[in-house]
Write a protein of this length. Structure first.
Length: 166
């Protein structure tokens, strides 16, 4: 009976982990650069005094890492790599999985408003952006020097696992 309860709790936890969305967000207006596994863990890049800082948060744990003050670890002597014969290689080919893996992501928001600081390039891009934009993709060209990017994509681990298995 206890084994059954533990098994059910374990299955519920695995199901929750597989169904909890993973989100990536970039917002240049608000300086938000975020990667998070909803309600479990998040990593955010902040700019404080022109120094990039990565802020990692979990339930009860929080850490800030200054990217400019990371010291590289002392390098070890490189070891000779053994040649792998074709017979020992696995049959898994990641190149065939990249396109379905990218298709498994949902683009929630995609907004670009750019100025290339070149009137000729802006004029060339204006009709291209006009024909490429739709409800989900908002592409704009401005002639005022503004650059804005908003990208919000989401995926679930179950979709990633499904693509990698099948």
């Amino acid at each position: 009976m206890i084994f059954l309860i533990i098994l059910i709790i374990l299955l519920v936890l695995i199901t929750i982990l597989l169904l909890t969305p993973i989100r990536f967000k970039i917002d240049s207006n608000k300086n938000i650069y975020l990667a998070e596994w909803k309600h479990l863990i998040s990593a955010k890049v902040l700019l404080q005094n022109d120094e990039p800082i990565v802020q990692v948060k979990s339930f009860f744990w929080k850490k800030e890492i200054n990217l400019l003050k990371i010291k590289p670890s002392p390098s070890k002597k490189t070891q000779k790599k053994k040649k792998v014969s074709k017979q020992n290689k696995s049959k898994f080919n990641f190149r065939n999985k990249i396109k379905p893996l990218l298709k498994s992501f949902q683009v929630r928001k995609f907004f670009i408003n750019i100025d290339t600081n070149d009137y000729v390039w802006n004029a060339y891009l204006f009709p291209v952006f006009h024909f490429l934009k739709n409800e989900k993709r908002q592409l704009h060209i401005n002639f005022q020097g503004n650059v804005e990017v908003l990208l919000d994509i989401q995926n679930r681990p179950i979709r990633i696992l499904w693509v990698l298995i099948f």
